[in-house]
Design a protein around this ligand. Structure first.
Ligand SMILES: NC(=O)c1ccc[n+]([C@@H]2O[C@H](COP(=O)([O-])OP(=O)(O)OC[C@H]3O[C@@H](n4cnc5c(N)ncnc54)[C@H](OP(=O)(O)O)[C@@H]3O)[C@@H](O)[C@H]2O)c1
Length: 106
C-alpha cells in the first residue's frame, strides 16, 4: 500500500483508532486526508478535511463518495462494539446493529 501522496478517506476519524489513523497518515506523507465523522464539528485534527458521514445513512454515503471522488485509499474504521453473546436473546438485533449495511451502491 502506497501512503505517500495518497488521498485517503477514514470513517470515524474524529476519535479513537480513526483519529490515530488520520494522524499517522499525515505523518507518513498522505497528500490529503478526509476525516469523515457523524458530526464533522468533532474533527479537530489540523491538516485534515472534515467530511460528514454516518456510514449507516445511504444518502450521506453517496454524498461523501461524490465529495471525495479523488480518494485512492479508504479506511472504513467506523463501527460499534456491543457486549453480549450469540446465545443472548437480543443477539440477532445486536448483530444487525453492528453489521447493518447501507443499501445504496456508490
Ligand atoms: N478498540 C478495539 O479494541 C477494537 C477491537 C476490535 C474492533 N474495533 C473496531 O475498530 C474501530 C475503531 O475502534 P475504536 O476503539 O477507535 O472505537 P471508538 O473509540 O468507539 O470510536 C468509534 C468511531 O466510530 C464512529 N462511528 C460509530 N458509528 C458510526 C456511524 N454509524 N457512522 C460514522 N461513524 C461512526 C464513532 O463516531 P462518534 O464519535 O460519532 O460516535 C467513532 O469515531 C471500530 O469499528 C471498532 O468496532 C476496535
Amino acid at each position: 500500500m502506497k501512503i505517500e501522496n495518497s488521498v485517503v478517506l477514514i470513517t470515524g476519524a474524529n476519535r479513537g483508532i480513526g483519529l490515530a489513523f488520520a494522524r499517522e497518515l499525515l505523518a507518513r506523507g498522505a497528500r490529503k486526508v478526509y476525516a469523515a465523522a457523524r458530526n464533522p464539528a468533532t474533527v479537530t485534527l489540523a491538516g485534515v478535511q472534515a467530511l460528514q458521514l454516518d456510514v449507516t445513512n445511504d444518502w450521506q454515503v453517496a454524498a461523501a463518495a461524490h465529495q471525495a471522488a479523488d480518494v485512492s485509499l479508504v479506511i472504513n474504521n467506523a463501527g460499534i462494539a456491543q457486549p453480549g453473546g450469540f446465545l443472548e436473546q437480543d443477539s440477532e438485533a445486536v448483530a444487525h446493529r453492528i453489521l447493518r449495511p447501507t443499501s445504496l451502491a456508490c
